[in-house]
Design a protein around this ligand. Sequence first.
Ligand code: SF4
Length: 614
Amino acid sequence: MSSAYTNKLLMIDLSRESFETLPVSNDLKKDFIGGKGFGAKLLYDMVLPETDPLGKDNVLMFMTGPLTGTMAPAMRGCVVTKSPLTGIFLDSYFGGSFAPEIKYAGYDGLIIKGQAKKPVYIWINDDTVEIRDAWHLWGTDTLKANEQIKTELNDDTIKIASIGQAGENQVLFALVCCEYNRQAGRGGAGAVMGSKNLKAIAIKGSKLVSIHDPKRFTKACATAFKELEASPDVEAFRVAGTAASVDFANETGLLPHKNYQNGTFSKASKLADKGQARHLWLGSAACMGCPIRCSKIGAIRSGKYKGTITDIIEYESAALMGSNLDISDIRAVAHLTKLCDLYGMDSMSCGNLIGFAMEACEKGVIPSPQGISLCFGNIDAAEYLVHAIANRTGELGMLLSKGVKQASEEIGITAIDLAVHAKGLESPAWGPRGVSGMGLAYMTTDRGGCHQRGFTVTYELSGEWKGAPLDPLSPKGKARMVIALQNYSAGRDTLVNCDFGSYGISDDTYAELLSAATGQKTDPATLVETGERIWNLVRCFNLAQGLDPKKDTLAPRFVNEPLPDGPSKGHRISAEDMDYMRQEYYQLRGWDKKGIPLDKRLNQLRIAYAGHHK
Ligand code: SF4
């Protein structure tokens, strides 16, 4: 039966310098669909408790979804591994054209294990796999490595995933750059790649993706394109990407300012879409086959950084490298973000860490590095730290390269109160004190502080969830909403669809695309149930890896310090509020009071691993 699955995974062992293909079982497809689901199941099976994330026994996977590389709009890929930053599950998503090329080479995913003895890159040309020397690439940035490999292989249509110096140096929040400006950004997958001495993966494929029922699939694609065109939200992404969120977050008091001390910034609009259009943007850009085109190409057109090629500064980077550091010059923010991209380092975590260091220095918790005035608003100090962290130079650079949790713990108790993260992943740019459901989402997210799997903000501020009233400041009614959103997003992440596509394409259309492409009958409820299965399996994985459920908590700042400004001024998420939401969440999930999944729910979800983690 023809299907959009290739039914093969390519496994490469860098220690043995060997490779093999593994079959994709029908059970894996039925219960986990693809993308995050495949990654979660394989990680659970392959990575034993106590595995060192930066050791040879960790695996690094590049997974596609069944619709990746087809005509279905806005599909992407994901990296799955055990995170060196958090010590738990990590899935990190990337757009561009690298993931479709995996399909065209004939694979549903790549699994890299072992450790090369010296720097290498992998060259996959359909069925031919070579492990090549990369000494001459070591020390290059992400884009230079990309360019040099294309020159070396004499083919600029090859697709490349690479790391920069941050990945080589095993900065714990190093990223994987997948072609230009498309990164698997969060959680340190680039450090895992660096620990394997793997500079890059180059791939080229010549195979077509089969479709089970082409006529039905073409019709479903036409529906999806029409739904995207009809959506005002999608149109807003096309015009301004996520940059317009800066003004929205500022007006609602959710924007991080000065290491999340405040929720508003008087100069926020300079960082938003209009400021970016004036100083940076030249035209629109898109991931392969995406009609939304949320991205931009541009260049800094004036001032100190004039001439730097840049693209849209996404909301998260604009906020964490901008308002969070009290910097309002979007050209400086673009410069700092570009440095992070070239070094191959997550600009969200980096902005969070620099904010932490600036506050710690201003409060006398740490000294300023010699010759540097480490204070909010100082662009040169921020740039100094970007270089120091990526290269792991100087005492402070070394310390901050370990992430905000570890850095604060090494400094001591006064620093721990300033560190803003959940389970070790630096928090995103949505302060939760005015939207307690977002707080619960951070507390319970499977990879640590993340806004993309349970984004409650719009529901909470509209005061309604599924027709029932919702008070954004109250802990009540939040668990049900967060669970529903988490299951939904985990289900969608099996397709590896772009989140922005969901603003237009209906649930029925996604299910129809999947059914027509694979021949596997699906409906929206099955996708959500699959999401719940994955969420529980990942919880089991995290517990097996040593996660203490007491870490289902928020940063001290959000619990102890009332918000000083904005519409929710005076509010915080108290320990009692957290406890209320946590217990309701555990109960509705079918977990015990300590946050351990109960056998009954695991059995209902056909997770045959009950007891594995105990
Ligand atoms: S909406 Fe933007 S990020 Fe998403 S697939 Fe399209 S171009 Fe890529």
